[in-house]
Design a binder for this molecule. Sequence first.
Ligand code: G3P
Ligand code: MG
Length: 245
Amino acid sequence: MSAAWPYPRYIAHRGAGKLAPENTLAAMRVGYAHRYRMVEFDVKLSGDGVPFLLHDDTLDRTTDGRGRADALTWAELAKLDAGSWHSAAYAGEMLPTLGAIARWSIANGVACNIEIKPCPGRERTTGAAVALDARALWRGAAIAPLLSSFSEEALAEALATAPELPRTMLFEHVPADWPQRLARLQCVALDTDYREIDPDLVAAVHAAGYKLLCYTPNDPAHAAELVRWGVDGIITDAVDAIRPV
Ligand code: G3P
Ligand code: MG
């Protein structure tokens, strides 16, 4: 870990993987209790432009709402139950705003990887709004949030809006022209499916001057191998099995 790369290697996916309702404040607390000091979470916009946490385009899987997430205003989204789908213990858990997560993470010294996850058609608006909100929320904080996205449109807007916030490009499959893509959007890191990674990719990414992150190895042996290869960020669901060191 250097001043230029202040992020812990072990990162709790969606807060605490599957141990708590994903992308909620409760999940962040569970990840923290397992000694994780960095969290990854997914952010999109309500119909009236408020950045909040949700993975899917629709509300159906992880809330008691229905339909596209951006069909509702924040006032409507704030009434939904984002915990009962997981277990009774989390009934009544709210969808959090990015602001709520920022306050918790800064107060507890937890670094954040904000994955910009726009609803289809809202890539540019979401990239700009999330970057603007993140800049304001983390102003003066010890560690800036690391922005990431599969959407190059969203990353381009983040770059145009808040160039000082570090950016990571996500790939399901790493394309041959990844160096050009990362350079174009002035990214600091590449993030991909851990099954895409071998020692040659680690060496090439590092030789090009970037960090390498991966999602979502959940087997401690796989994670240990990736760390041996020099992977800089391990985004995992298995916060109870993979111990941060
Ligand atoms: O940010 C890495 C990882 O979260 C990407 O996949 O679908 O879990 O958001 P997903
Ligand atoms: Mg994600």
